[in-house]
Design a binder for this molecule. Structure first.
Ligand code: EPU
Length: 425
């Protein structure tokens, strides 16, 4: 186990390059299972979650070779259909092999990932959707066991909530189902558009990507594809908040500002100057103390829940009081107990947090409870007086490629060291 030692005070300045999105890459990797043959994915981030997904695909019979940002996946004609618990527990996103396996093998046994530090994370919509496509699905001995020996049939499916994972799983099953599927109230995240683009390139017939309704005309088989992953809007947003909090000036290259419209608008309301760049990407600069900003998290194009810890950290130092409303995960405010160790004044009432901005925070040892909480705590450490020790840094490694290297490049005083007090959890 390692931790980060963050010394507060630096104003971050310079340029960072954003890699492909974690939450797209993992699904694109799963989607390669839908076709026999060699697929190539570019701009895949160097993060541990991608390692785990590679391991899972190998377990299912694929050959996975990763060279820097490129992953080449060779999928054989016959693949296994069991995603075992020892792999799924390390990577919740493993559940996204469920749809491809049912579609391709007519069977899937995927371990239930369970809850985590941000909430319960149900699978009811994934299961109901596959059932509507004709699969028989049961939960047995901690596994989702799905069977469709005669293949899947297209259906009309409406989601109760625009779940990212359920949209992806049902979509990946529907592309190989017989006939038409209409999938309503789906997620509209840029990562969904990305996977639709790759599936279409593989030969799938999908209309409506980026809207609330997807029309899918099933095809008999798909072919492998070569695809470049959409840039990571959450990593890009993290750098934007870092610029604001440290009163710095950061150019975020390879980011798409159109994927962060609401976020950048909020940061401007807090006082930042945001400039979109002709060559792509954007620049965020800040002088003076940020103003408090209210934020309500919602599915895209609403404010992303994955940037909620960063805006709580920002408001902890802002001028004024902010109300943050979390609508996606019931337990995503848990990390504020750690932020409070740095002196933040946050009061939680159900899914609302009231953050009263303080003039300063003071460094202390804290624990990262998930990827985004970890990033939020590091940002708070960058502006706290003295040293902040962020343990359980393996959470951050799951989603931020070379976080310490990029922070250092921007002038932060951050280093990685063994954590004498903690063991892997
Ligand atoms: N939900 C259900 N039943 C379902 C599906 C979802 O109740 O069948 C609930 C969940 O419990 C949760 C909410 O709906 O409260 C949203 O879940 P969603 O399915 O949209 O999220 P996800 O697919 O599990 C992905 C990202 C998350 C991100 C969310 C929302 C991946 C691997 N994960 O999760 O990313 O927060 O969408 O945008 O794509 C992260 O990167 O740190 C992260 C947590």
């Amino acid at each position: 186990m390692e931790r980060l030692r963050v010394t507060g005070g630096a104003s971050l300045r310079g340029s960072v390059h954003v890699a492909g999105a974690k939450n797209s890459s993992l699904k694109l990797m799963a989607a390669t299972l839908l076709s026999e043959g060699r697929s190539t994915l570019h701009d895949v981030p160097t993060i541990t979650d991608v390692d785990y997904m590679g391991e899972l695909l190998r377990r299912l019979g694929a050959d996975v070779v990763r060279t820097n940002g490129t992953v080449v996946i060779d999928v054989p004609d016959k693949i296994a259909h069991e995603a075992p618990y020892e792999l799924v527990r390390r990577l919740r996103a493993s559940i996204c092999v469920l749809g491809p396996l049912v579609a391709r093998c007519g069977a899937a046994d995927v371990a239930l990932p369970g809850g985590d530090a941000i909430g319960s994370r149900g699978l009811d919509m994934h299961i109901a959707g596959l059932e509507r496509l004709g699969a028989h699905v049961e939960v047995q001995h901690g596994y989702v066991v799905a069977r469709a020996p005669k293949g899947l049939r297209g259906a009309m499916i409406g989601l109760d909530f625009p779940s990212v994972g359920a949209t992806e799983n049902i979509l990946m099953a529907a592309v190989l189902a017989e006939g038409e599927t209409v999938l309503d109230n789906v997620a509209r995240e840029p990562e969904i558009v990305d996977i639709c683009q790759m599936l279409v390139d593989m030969g799938a017939k999908i209309e409506g990507a980026g809207t609330s309704t997807l029309h899918v005309q099933g095809v008999e088989r798909l072919k492998p594809s070569e695809h470049t992953t959409v840039p990571d809007r959450i990593v890009a947003g993290t750098w934007a908040v870092a610029a604001l909090m440290t009163r710095g000036d950061i150019t975020v290259a390879n980011a798409r500002h159109t994927h962060l419209e609401l976020v950048l608008e909020k940061l401007m309301a807090a006082g930042a100057v945001v400039e979109t760049l002709a060559e792509g990407g954007f620049r965020v600069a800040m002088s003076g103390r940020p103003r408090a900003i209210d934020v309500v998290t919602l599915p895209y194009p609403g404010f992303p829940t994955d940037l909620q810890p960063m805006v709580v950290a920002l408001n902890a130092l802002a001028d004024g009081t902010a109300m943050i409303t979390e609508n996606v995960y019931e337990a995503r405010f848990m990390f504020v107990n750690e932020l409070a160790r740095l002196g933040a004044d946050v009061r939680i009432d159900g899914h609302h947090a009231v953050v009263r901005g303080r003039e300063s925070l003071s460094g202390a040892p804290v624990v990262a409870t998930d990827i985004r909480a970890g990033a939020g705590l590091v940002l708070a450490g960058l502006v706290a007086e003295g040293e902040t020790l962020v343990s359980a840094v393996h959470h951050i490694d799951r989603g931020y490629p070379d976080f310490v290297g990029q922070l250092t490049q921007l002038g932060a005083d951050v280093s990685r060291e063994p954590d004498p007090d903690r063991f892997e959890d």
